[in-house]
Design a protein around this ligand. Structure first.
Ligand code: ADP
Length: 227
């Protein structure tokens, strides 16, 4: 089986002794749409940091496309994070005084995409999230839902295989949140692998598979059928 993600007996204890993650073993294939769900403090962000090569585990093994963090050089890790993974966060993390286009360009500064191609690429990503009419607006002028759509376009700019969305609807009203979830579902249908982190079961149910984490332990791994 060709897995994108393989996690075996993952655990993470922070330097202050907090056992944030105690046991998680699972694999994710290319093209899946998986929700990682659990209450606040259960270890979801800790797990996301391991899966996104942001922070290593303290026990167990994690492979992304067959590679562990330790066997890759710093440059190779940066390339994997920039080209194979896209990140969407609850707080959007946009530059408020820059335009939508400039915000979406950001990952390109660290890529090998030639500059003459940037505009066409960014325009395509902005079109994918339905925001072409806002492309020259500064980010601070946008609604929360629009900001999150810009963040998704930025995550898509390098055409990553995998998109991590960490509580992407956490700062949005329910209508905007549904719009963001519709975009993530469309990206999954188009072939992207999507990993969604949420404490909200209704949001998690939009995925095809739900991993439930409690007190740092992966306690359930369920396939979801459409409601
Ligand atoms: P969640 O994302 O589900 O809210 P977290 O992974 O953020 O959970 O946190 C899991 C546990 O680890 C919590 O008890 C939290 O307080 C603790 N924790 C998170 N980050 C750190 C850190 N950098 N140092 C020490 N403890 C941490």
């Amino acid at each position: 089986m060709n897995y994108l993600i393989e996690a075996a007996d993952l655990a993470k204890t922070y330097p202050d002794g907090t056992p944030a993650l105690r046991q998680a073993s699972f694999s994710i294939q290319k093209g899946e749409f998986v929700a990682i769900m659990g209450p606040s403090g259960s270890g979801k962000s800790t797990l996301l940091h391991i899966l996104g090569f942001l922070d290593p585990q303290t026990a167990g093994t994690y492979r992304f496309k067959g590679h562990t963090l330790h066997e890759l050089s710093d440059d190779a890790v940066a390339r994997v994070r920039n080209e194979d993974m896209g990140f969407v966060f609850q707080q959007f993390n946009l530059l408020p005084r820059e335009t939508v286009l400039e915000n979406v360009y950001l990952p390109l500064y660290y890529s090998e995409v030639p500059k003459p191609e940037w505009r066409a690429r960014a325009t395509q990503a902005v079109a994918q999230v339905g925001l072409l009419h806002r492309i020259d607006h500064e980010a601070y002028m946008l609604s929360g839902g629009e900001k999150q759509r810009v963040a998704i376009a930025r995550a898509l700019i390098n055409k990553p295989e995998l998109i991590f969305a960490d509580e992407p609807t956490g700062n949005l009203d329910s209508a905007s949140g549904l719009g963001v979830m519709d975009i993530l579902a469309t990206l999954h249908s188009a072939g992207h692998t999507v990993i969604l982190i949420t404490h909200d079961e209704d949001i998690a149910r939009r995925a095809k598979r739900m991993l439930i984490i409690r007190d740092g332990v992966l306690v359930q791994d369920t396939s979801l059928s459409p409601l």
